[in-house]
Write a protein that binds this ligand. Structure first.
Ligand code: GDP
Ligand code: MG
Length: 151
């Protein structure tokens, strides 16, 4: 099954630090297919909905302030096992626990500045994609590399 989709978002610090290209490149070079991407300044309401499961956490207000501090790059990536593989490519929530070679392990230090988001399950990926993208914004195309990535 190569049609699994995940929601990956470059956070405001990733944008400010000029890491958009390098993060996109890692998913491209792995062989995953970009379905949608935008550069946008999200509302507080959207961010509170996105992080609704963390509402009771003490860091929730600072998390929302951080995510509101500048534009972000929400993306949908597609391919075999992309939810789990995307999480591995991001690394651990705490960058200090992230291995070198992962995005957080290579580019960040503090948990509150960990530069990217990735869905933690197929179910939450579907919810997050629906929250951030309209159905009409999700492209349908076949990558010309498909046969060279999948056997
Ligand atoms: P993720 O799925 O790896 O992004 O981690 P979570 O869903 O648990 O948390 C969402 C985001 O909240 C993380 O990526 C961090 O930016 C932030 N966060 C999580 N835990 C903490 C914490 O203990 N302190 C602070 N300051 N931020 C946190
Ligand atoms: Mg999470």
């Amino acid at each position: 099954m190569s049609a699994e989709r995940t929601f990956i978002m470059i956070k405001p610090d990733g944008v400010q630090r000029g890491l958009v290209g390098q993060i996109v490149q890692r998913f491209e070079q792995r062989g995953y297919k970009l379905v949608s991407m935008k550069f946008t300044q999200p509302t507080k309401e959207l961010l509170e909905e996105h992080y609704a499961d963390l509402k009771q956490k003490g860091f929730f207000p600072s998390l929302i302030a951080y995510m509101l501090s500048g534009p972000v790059v929400p993306m949908v990536w597609e391919g075999k096992d992309v939810v789990k593989q995307g999480r591995q490519m991001l690394g651990q929530t705490n960058p200090l626990a992230s291995l070198p070679g992962s995005i957080r392990g290579d580019f960040s230090i503090d948990i509150g500045r960990n530069i990217c988001h990735g869905s933690d399950s197929v179910d939450s990926a579907q919810k997050e994609i629906a929250l951030w993208f309209k159905e009409t914004e999700l492209t349908q195309w076949k990558s010309s590399t498909h046969e060279w990535v999948y056997e």
